[in-house]
Design a protein around this ligand. Structure first.
Ligand SMILES: [Zn+2]
Length: 76
């Protein structure tokens, strides 16, 4: 039995697994979230800027936005 990553309640028939990007220290890492309902998916925190902006289920169709150029690269 899993618990919901959002409300910590038991996940029963309606397990929803989604990936979100979150900041850990200085790195942005994907997190697999187990959510018990659409409401809990909707309650997830905002994904880190520059990454996929909605929770998603992963897979080959997901395209992350191009990495932002470092500010220093714009100084000529
Ligand atoms: Zn929940």
């Amino acid at each position: 039995m899993r618990n919901c990553s959002v409300c910590d309640g038991p996940v029963q028939n309606e397990l929803r697994q989604v990936w979100i990007s979150g900041l850990v220290g200085t790195d942005v890492l994907p997190f697999l979230v187990n959510a018990c309902s659409a409401a809990c998916v909707a309650a997830l925190p905002e994904p880190y800027p520059g990454y996929v902006q909605t929770p998603h289920t992963g897979g080959p169709d997901i395209v992350q936005p191009a990495p932002r150029r470092a500010t220093s690269a714009l100084v000529l």
